[in-house]
Design a protein around this ligand. Structure first.
Ligand code: ADP
Length: 396
């Protein structure tokens, strides 16, 4: 029987999943992927094969709606029916937002680890509880299968202390108020992909721009995280779909003291109503809509998005001591030639020489041969990274 790894990414009302099969050698190949959306309301389940062929699409209205537990039980039943006896699950790999200071690597979850992970809920209140609900559900339904937690923070551990620190009284650092950084599974995947696709850059200075709904940048030095734009939470740094990115903490004091807003209202404002959506006057958080719109506020949002990337590129380059390449990845980074062009043009101080045809094509190196630094587009694959980690831990 072929071995496989199930990868889960559990959100507040959704569970995304991927199944990776071990092919002839030790490589893992995507076999199917899908999601359950509308958990707790009216769950919808869909799955596709790796080639995009529809495997199932159904509403679970009639089935007990339930929470993550019910949703996972239904998923497990579908997997069993779909794969019959051809595939044996060797592990479930979970995407987990926060590993705190403790976890610099993925770990097999037991009750003790779960307890520790729950103590990080206050560090990621919007994501961590949902990620853990996914693990709880899988542990309950498939207790015999190893559950592996893979953290978005782990890749950033072990940096120089100066990059982790806030200028707060020391006792807050002791309480764990540090710049953890996120999107670590994406950056780890890109660091490995650079080793394969552009080995001449593997031990150089590279800034990776992960531009999606959530966006951040990471300075990679010798393939390791040197610094990154997200900090204590996934709110810091770049302008995102609905998140502010970096904001003067004085604004929060003003909102509290002068505008009478409470913490919950400020949380909603900062996480859900700001960023591209906020600047565009509520038009859209989706970069495609903004690029297509002729509303001046949409143009303002795009300009701000690009400006923040260029500014952070300068900061990370100076912090790391130079730049050999810029890599674009994630939804916007991989798909928008227009945003890449605008970033490169605005960052003219770096002297990038964009190859227009290569940029339009959107894969691999997109600068001319004489360009230093280079610019690359490398698609990220956080799910495969999680599957590989899980496979390593169970010795697959
Ligand atoms: P998430 O952070 O949710 O994983 P993704 O990495 O999937 O996000 O990125 C989603 C973003 O990618 C959306 O803002 C979407 O508009 C953008 N995007 C996808 N395709 C394009 C495109 N062709 N041009 C511009 N933006 C795109």
């Amino acid at each position: 029987m072929q071995k496989a790894i199930l990868v889960l990414n559990a959100g507040s009302s959704s569970i995304k999943f991927s199944v990776f099969r071990q092919n002839g050698g030790s490589d893992l190949e995507l076999d199917s992927k899908g999601q359950i959306e509308g958990i707790g309301v009216r769950p919808r389940f869909s799955a596709k094969s790796a080639s995009g062929e529809k495997l199932i699409e159904e509403e679970w209205e009639k089935k007990e709606s339930g929470g993550h537990g019910r949703a996972f039980a239904n998923l497990a039943a579908w997997l069993k029916g779909h794969y019959q006896d051809q595939v044996e699950l060797a592990a479930v790999g979970h995407r987990v937002l926060h590993g705190g200071q403790e976890y610099a690597k993925p770990i097999r979850v037991d009750a003790k680890v779960m307890e520790k992970l729950r103590s990080f809920i206050s560090l990621g209140p919007l994501h961590q509880p949902n990620n853990l609900a996914g693990i709880d559900a899988a542990m309950e339904e498939t207790p015999e299968i190893p559950q592996i937690a893979c953290f978005d923070t782990a890749f950033h551990r072990g940096r120089e202390p100066v990059t982790d620190r806030f200028a707060l009284p020391r006792k807050y650092e002791d309480l764990g108020v540090l710049r953890y950084g996120f999107h670590g599974l994406s950056y780890e995947y890109i660091a490995r992909a650079i080793g394969e696709q552009a080995p001449h850059l593997a031990d150089k200075r590279v800034v990776v721009a992960h531009l999606g709904n959530g966006s951040s940048m990471c300075a990679l030095k010798n393939g390791r995280s040197y610094d990154t734009t997200m900090g204590f939470t996934a709110l810091d740094g770049l302008c995102m779909g609905t998140r502010t990115g970096a904001i003067d903490a004085g604004v929060l004091l003003w909102l509290l003291q002068d505008q009478g807003m409470d913490a919950k209202q400020i949380e909603t404002l900062l996480y859900k109503e700001s960023g591209l959506l906020g600047i565009s006057g509520g038009l859209s958080s989706d970069m495609r809509d903004l690029l297509e719109s002729d509303d001046p506020k949409a143009a303002d949002a795009v300009e701000f998005f690009v400006y923040r990337i260029v500014k952070e590129l300068g900061a990370l380059t100076a912090a790391m001591g130079g730049l050999d390449a810029l890599v674009f990845t994630a939804g916007i980074g991989e798909n928008s030639a227009e945003i890449r062009k605008r970033v490169v043009e605005r960052a003219s101080a770096f002297g990038f020489k964009l190859d227009a045809a290569a940029n339009a094509n959107g894969r691999g190196c997109i600068t001319t041969e004489s360009s230093t630094p280079e610019v690359w587009v490398i698609p990220t694959n956080e799910e495969l990274m999680i599957a590989q980690h899980a496979a390593n831990i169970v010795g697959l």
